[in-house]
Design a protein around this ligand. Structure first.
Ligand SMILES: *[C@@H]1O[C@H](CO)[C@@H](O)[C@H](O)[C@H]1NC(C)=O
Ligand SMILES: *[C@@H]1O[C@H](CO)[C@@H](O)[C@H](O)[C@H]1NC(C)=O
Length: 792
C-alpha cells in the first residue's frame, strides 16, 4: 500500500507548506523490509491494546485500511495519523511491536497517562507528534534511542521533570518542540549535538540555569524560542554565530548582562524578543545591520543610553523599547518618513519633540516620557493614552492644551484674513444659489412620470418605465425598503414581468449634497461601462434632481457581511462556497484592474460590498468611490474606504493604486474563511506575536474542518494568497491578475493536515508567489513606478 508521503514528496518542489514534508523526504517502497508473520500478529495485538480505533470491531485483519493507518507492502504499519480524531486512551507499552512505524501523529486528542519507555524501541520513527494532549509524567530517557527521528513535538501537554540529556543523541532531529509543559531542570548541554536542528521551542516551561554555550553548534537553527522560562546568567555569545537564525525569542527569563555588540552577526534575524529580562546597558548601534529585522522588543529591562538612529533605520514593523531607562531624543536625522505598525517607547526618559516623519498604523505608545512640543497632526488620530504622562506635549487631542501659535505675520493672514474671505465667498455663493433656485421654480418641470426620457435603460430584457418602478414600489414605500445606507435606501421591486430588481435611491436631501450626488453619478458612469459576471449588473438609472435612483440586478442573499453574521446562513456557506466567493471576487478585481482602460480601483472592498445571489455567488458592488486611474495625474486623493480594510500605506501616501484594493481583498479573503473580520489577527500577525497560531485555529468554528483533501488545499491556498495580499509593502503584494490566475490554475500547495499548518508557514511559504508578483509588477511597471514617484 502506498504511503501518504509519496504524494507529499512529489509536491515538495512546489511548496513545502508543512514542515512534515521536509522531514519525511523519501519514504515509499524502499522502506519495506521483511516482516515475519509473528511480527504481524504482534502488530495486530498492539493495535487492539492501543484502543484508538474503538469504533472498529475487534477484527484487525483489515487494519491497514482503517482510517489513519498506512502500511507497507508487507502489511506492516508504517504510519499512524490520528490527529484530531478525538482519540482518548493512553499509549500502551505494546506500541513497541509496531516495528516498521515511521510516523506517529496523535496531536489534538485526549491522550492521557505517561509515555512508555518502550517508545524508544521504535527506531524507525521519523516523526512523533503528541502535541495538544494530556500526557503526564516525564520524557522517558529511552527516547534518546529514536535514532531516525526528525520531528519530535510534545508541546501543549502536562509533561513534568527534566529534559533527558539523551535527547542529544537524536542527531537527525530537525524540529524539537517541548513548549507549554511543566518541564523543569536545566537546559542540557547535550542538545548542542543536534546539529541538524532548524526549530527548537522550549518556551513556557520552568527550565532553570544558564543557556549552554553549546547552543552555538546548532548552525542550521532558524527558530529558537526559549521564552517564559527561568533561564539566568548572560546570553551566550555563541548564539550570535547562528547566522541562519530568523526568530529568536528569549523573553520573560532572568537573563542579565549587557546587550552584546555581536548581535550584528544575526543577519537573517526577523524577530527578536528579549523583553522582560534583567538586561542592562545601551542598545548596541550595530543592531541596525540586521537588515531583515521586522520586530524588535527589548521592553521591561534596565536598558539605558539613547536610541541609536541605526535602530530606527531597520525595516521594523514593530519596535517595543518600553519600560526601560532610555533617555535622549527620538532620533530624527532622516530624510524620509519612517513607518511602523507598532511603536512603543513608553515608560522611559525620552526628551525633545516627536519627529514629524514618524508614521504609525496600529499601535503608538509614547506615554510616560518627558517629550515636549506639538503632537504631529497625523498622529492625533491616536487617543490621548498614546501621549499621556508627557507634561509638555501640546496639540489637538483631548487632555492636551492646544499649541501656542507663533506670532509671525504670515500666520496672522492665515488665521484671520482667510476665514473672513471664505465667509464672504460663501455669502456670495449662497445669494447666487438662492436667486438661481427661485428662477428655476418658475420653469415648468418636464413631466417625469409620463415618459421615461430621463431614464437610461441598459441592456435589459424589455423596457422598464418610470411608472413601473413607481408602481412596483408604491412610490418608494417604506415596505419595500430592504436597507438604508449612508446616503440612500435600497428597495426591492418586483416588476410586472415578474423580474425582481434592486433600486438604490438617493435621499432627497442627500441629492442636494454635492459629494453624494457625485458619488451616485460616479457609480452610474462606471457601472454602465463595465460588464463582468462577478460585478453587480446595472440595469438602468434615473438621474434627475427630483429623484435619483439606480436599478440593479437583485442579489437575494444580501451582503456577505450579513450572511456571515448569522449562524444559520454562515453554515450554509460551506468551504467550497467560501473559496468560490474569494475566487470570484479576485476575478472581478482582476477585470477592473487589468482589463478596463483606464484601470478602475474600487477603493472600498469590504464584506458589506460583496453581495450574494440566491446561489450564494458573489458580486462586487458599490462603486460610489471607485476611481479611474488617470495615468496623467498623481492620483492623490481623500482617504475613503471602510475602516479595517484600508491599506496601511494609504494613511500616509494618499495615493490610490490597485494595490490598495489588493490589501482590502486580503482582509476580505481572511474574513470569509474566519467567519469574522480578522481584526486583531492583522495586528498580531504583522507583529508576529502569533507565530504559533495554526490555520485550523482561525477557520470559522461554525463549520467542521473539511474532510475533502481538495477543499483543504483550496483553503490553504486561499489563506496563503490572503497573506501575500496583506504584505505591508504594496510592491510586494501580488497583482489581482496573478491572484485570479493562480486560483484558476490547478496548482495547489501540500495540505494533508490542516492542523499542522501554522500561519507563519503560510506567510513565509507564500514566497512562491513572488516570482509571479515580480512578473506582474513588470507588466504594470509604468503604473507602479508612476505612483512611486508621485508619492515621494
Ligand atoms: C472486543 O473485545 C473485548 C474483549 O476482548 C470486548 O470487551 C469487546 O466487546 C469487543 N468488541 C467488539 C466490538 O467485538
Ligand atoms: C542561576 O540559577 C541557579 C538556580 O537555578 C543558581 O544556582 C545559579 O547560581 C544561577 N546562576 C547565575 C549566573 O545567576
Amino acid at each position: 500500500m502506498a504511503s501518504p508521503f509519496c504524494c507529499t514528496t512529489l509536491v515538495l518542489s512546489y511548496v513545502s507548506i508543512a514542515l512534515v514534508v521536509t522531514i519525511f523526504p523519501t519514504l515509499g517502497t524502499g522502506s519495506t523490509r521483511l516482516v515475519t508473520t509473528s511480527e504481524l500478529e504482534m502488530e495486530a495485538k498492539a493495535i487492539l491494546h492501543l484502543d484508538w480505533w474503538s469504533w472498529h470491531s475487534n477484527d484487525t485483519h483489515k487494519r491497514c485500511s482503517w482510517v489513519g493507518i498506512s502500511c507497507n507492502e508487507a502489511g506492516s504499519i508504517t504510519s499512524i495519523d490520528c490527529s484530531r480524531f478525538a482519540v482518548s486512551g493512553s499509549i500502551s507499552p505494546q506500541i513497541c511491536a509496531l516495528s516498521s512505524l515511521e510516523h506517529l501523529d496523535l496531536s489534538y486528542n485526549n491522550i492521557i497517562g505517561e509515555l512508555p519507555q518502550s517508545l524508544g524501541k521504535l527506531t524507525r520513527l521519523k516523526g512523533l507528534n503528541l502535541s495538544r494532549n494530556f500526557v503526564q509524567g516525564s520524557i522517558p530517557s529511552g527516547c534518546g534511542n529514536l535514532e531516525s527521528l526528525k520531528l519530535l513535538d510534545l508541546s501543549h501537554n502536562r509533561i513534568t521533570g527534566p529534559i533527558p540529556s539523551t535527547l542529544g543523541n537524536l542527531t537527525t532531529l530537525k524540529m524539537l518542540n517541548l513548549s507549554k509543559n511543566q518541564i523543569s531542570g536545566p537546559f542540557p548541554s547535550t542538545l548542542g549535538k543536534l546539529t541538524n536542528l532548524k526549530q527548537l521551542d522550549l518556551s513556557f516551561n520552568q527550565i532553570t540555569g544558564v543557556i549552554p554555550r553549546e547552543i552555538g553548534n546548532l548552525k542550521d537553527l532558524s527558530e529558537l524560542n526559549l521564552s517564559k522560562n527561568k533561564l539566568n546568567g548572560s546570553i551566550p555569545l555563541s548564539i550570535f554565530n547562528l547566522s541562519r537564525l530568523s526568530i529568536l525569542y528569549l523573553d520573560s527569563n532572568l537573563l542579565e548582562g549587557p546587550l552584546p555588540q555581536e548581535m550584528k552577526n544575526l543577519k537573517a534575524l526577523s524577530f527578536l524578543d528579549l523583553s522582560s529580562n534583567n538586561l542592562i546597558g545601551p542598545i548596541p548601534s550595530q543592531i541596525g545591520n540586521c537588515s531583515n529585522l521586522q520586530e524588535l522588543s527589548l521592553s521591561n529591562n534596565h536598558i539605558t543610553g539613547s536610541i541609536p538612529f541605526e535602530v530606527f533605520s531597520c525595516p521594523h514593523y514593530t519596535l517595543d523599547l518600553s519600560h526601560n531607562f532610555i533617555e535622549g531624543e527620538i532620533p530624527h536625522q532622516f530624510d524620509n518618513d519612517l513607518y511602523f505598525q507598532v511603536l512603543d517607547l513608553s515608560h522611559n526618559n525620552l526628551t525633545g519633540m516627536i519627529p514629524a516623519y514618524l508614521w504609525v498604523s496600529y499601535v503608538l505608545n509614547l506615554s510616560y516620557n518627558s517629550l515636549d512640543g506639538p503632537i504631529p497632526g497625523h498622529l492625533s488620530e491616536f487617543s490621548s493614552d498614546s501621549f499621556w504622562g508627557n507634561k509638555y506635549l501640546c496639540g489637538n487631542i483631548r487632555g492636551f492644551s492646544p499649541c501656542p501659535s507663533t506670532s509671525s505675520n504670515k500666520l496672522k493672514i492665515v488665521e484671520i484674513i482667510l476665514p473672513v474671505l471664505c465667509f464672504l465667498a460663501f455669502l456670495a455663493l449662497g445669494v447666487l444659489l438662492f436667486l438661481r433656485s427661485r428662477a428655476k421654480d418658475n420653469i415648468p418641470e418636464p413631466n417625469v412620470t409620463k415618459n421615461g426620457d430621463l431614464f437610461s435603460i441598459l441592456n435589459f430584457d424589455g423596457r422598464i418605465a418610470f411608472e413601473d418602478i413607481i408602481e412596483a414600489t408604491n412610490d418608494f414605500d417604506i415596505r419595500y425598503c430592504i436597507g438604508t445606507g449612508g446616503y440612500g435606501s435600497v428597495y426591492r421591486a418586483q416588476l410586472r414581468s415578474g423580474k425582481i430588481v434592486a433600486l438604490k435611491k438617493l435621499h432627497r436631501r442627500e441629492a442636494e449634497v454635492l459629494a453624494f450626488d457625485k458619488s451616485f453619478k460616479n457609480e452610474a458612469k462606471i457601472l454602465s461601462e463595465i460588464r463582468h459576471k462577478n460585478i453587480v449588473k446595472l440595469h438602468g438609472f434615473c438621474l434627475h434632481n427630483r429623484c435619483m435612483f439606480l436599478i440593479y440586478e437583485y442579489m437575494a442573499r444580501g451582503s456577505l457581511f450579513c450572511v456571515l453574521a448569522y449562524d444559520n446562513e454562515a453554515m450554509e456557506l460551506d468551504w467550497t462556497k467560501r473559496v468560490k466567493i474569494i475566487k470570484d471576487t479576485a476575478c472581478a478585481l482582476s477585470y477592473l484592474h487589468h482589463d478596463c482602460h483606464p484601470p478602475i480601483v474600487h477603493r472600498d472592498i469590504s464584506s458589506n460590498n460583496i453581495l450574494l445571489n440566491s446561489n450564494l455567488e458573489a458580486c462586487v458592488s458599490d462603486f460610489g468611490t471607485a476611481r479611474l486611474i488617470d495615468p496623467d495625474s498623481s492620483n492623490q486623493t481623500m482617504l475613503v474606504g471602510t475602516y479595517g480594510y484600508i491599506a496601511p500605506e494609504l494613511a500616509y501616501t494618499m495615493v490610490v493604486t490597485e494595490k490598495c484594493d489588493v490589501y482590502s481583498f486580503g482582509v476580505l479573503a481572511l474574513e470569509t474563511l474566519m467567519g469574522k473580520h480578522p481584526g486583531e489577527l492583522l495586528v498580531s500577525f504583522s507583529a508576529s506575536s502569533s507565530n504559533n497560531i495554526m490555520l485550523s485555529d482561525i477557520l470559522d468554528p461554525r463549520l467542521p474542518l473539511p474532510s475533502d483533501r481538495r477543499v483543504t488545499k483550496d483553503i490553504v491556498f486561499a489563506t496563503t494568497m490572503a497573506f501575500a495580499c496583506l504584505r505591508s509593502n504594496p510592491n510586494f503584494r501580488p497583482a489581482m491578475k496573478c491572484v485570479s490566475q493562480a486560483f484558476l490554475s490547478r496548482k495547489r500547495p501540500v495540505a494533508d493536515r490542516l492542523q499542522a499548518i501554522s500561519l507563519l508557514q503560510l506567510k513565509e511559504h507564500g514566497l512562491y508567489m513572488d516570482d509571479e508578483a515580480k512578473i506582474q509588477s513588470q507588466m504594470s511597471g509604468e503604473i507602479v513606478e508612476l505612483h512611486a514617484s508621485s508619492s515621494s
